[in-house]
Write a protein that binds this ligand. Structure first.
Ligand code: GDP
Ligand code: ZN
Length: 291
């Protein structure tokens, strides 16, 4: 028996990466009926049958499961923004961070296209997000700055890239490992062929170890299912102040003696982040009413 990871499912076959080899596998009889339960990212045991062909005998329990893209056992999200062309969408960045925290995923924030702006222009982004505790990489797919740091972060983990189109996600992945190319999230919703490709998400294997989903994730997100009380818990710098406000139910908005507003006034919390918190709070509250 060999242990491996499902990297692709196609026409009834599952392709399992075990060490440096890919095995074309079918399912053992008892699994065949619930075929659709298998996801790329699932860890499995396979029984070799013939040359690079095998049967999946066992599936290990999943740690988690993303819906978009449909991948199991994702460990981290690489959120990519460009510092220019297009300028960073910090509202989207903060929303992606909330969703990553909600799913319990590790995060790396990449500010790409560093070659387009003066270094000082990037410092503010770096200091805000590093200050909260997130790892930040300033990169350029042009000059290859930051590419080694990104490759190091991708090592030995299953990762998903996220971020708007045009920020350089495919270019960065190609810089990390020439030849890898990412499917773009946008095309997939327009053409038939595109829809087909979304269903067939694949894990790309990195030479240094680790996998990246070939479809970027988290493109259109709402915060359905989240409650107003839990939102602040997904902003690490607000979560740290939990229990410090006068009211335990404080939503850090207009309540008196709010520790978060105190920290904001003292310049200890970034006002951009705080305003994005309020924006998302409103969204979460209006979602609560709808459901
Ligand atoms: P994706 O949609 O996020 O995958 O973005 P792409 O990788 O397709 O890149 C979008 C455009 O930005 C392309 O024209 C790239 O050549 C360009 N680009 C990507 N990375 C960089 C970079 O670091 N610096 C500059 N100047 N351009 C970049
Ligand atoms: Zn408060």
């Amino acid at each position: 028996m060999l242990e491996g990871i499902i990297i692709k499912g196609y026409s009834g076959f599952y392709y399992v990466q075990a060490g440096s080899e890919v095995w074309e596998c079918t399912l053992r009889g008892k699994y065949r009926v619930k075929n659709q339960d298998f996801l790329v990212g699932d860890r499995v045991l396979i029984r070799p049958v013939s040359d690079r062909k095998g049967v999946i005998e066992k599936v290990f329990e999943r740690k988690n499961q993303l819906v978009r893209p449909p991948v199991a056992n994702v460990e981290q999200v690489i959120i990519v923004m460009s510092v220019d062309s297009p300028p960073p969408d910090l509202m989207l960045l903060d929303r992606l961070l909330v969703v990553a925290e909600f799913h319990g995923l590790a995060v790396v924030i990449v500010f790409n296209k560093a070659d387009l702006v003066a270094p000082a222009a990037m410092d503010k982004y770096r200091s805000v997000y590093e200050g909260i505790g997130y790892p930040v990489i300033l990169s350029s797919a042009r000059t290859l700055a930051g590419v080694d740091a990104l490759r190091e972060r991708l090592k030995d983990r299953i990762s998903v890239l996220a971020g708007p189109s045009g920020v350089g996600k495919s270019s960065l992945l190609n810089a990390v490992q020439p030849g890898l190319s990412l499917k773009t999230g946008d095309v997939s919703h327009k053409t038939k062929r595109g829809r087909h490709t979304t269903r067939h998400v694949e894990l790309l294997r990195l030479a240094d170890g680790g996998f990246v989903a070939d479809t970027p994730g988290f493109s259109r997100l709402n915060l359905t299912g989240m409650t107003r009380e839990e939102l602040a818990g997904y902003f690490p710098e607000l979560a740290r102040l939990e229990g410090s406000c006068r009211f335990s139910s404080c939503l850090h908005h207009t309540e008196p003696d709010c520790a978060v507003r105190g920290a904001l006034d003292a310049g200890l919390i970034d006002s951009g982040r705080y305003h994005h918190y309020l924006y998302l709070l409103e969204e979460v509250i209006s979602n609560e009413r709808r459901y």
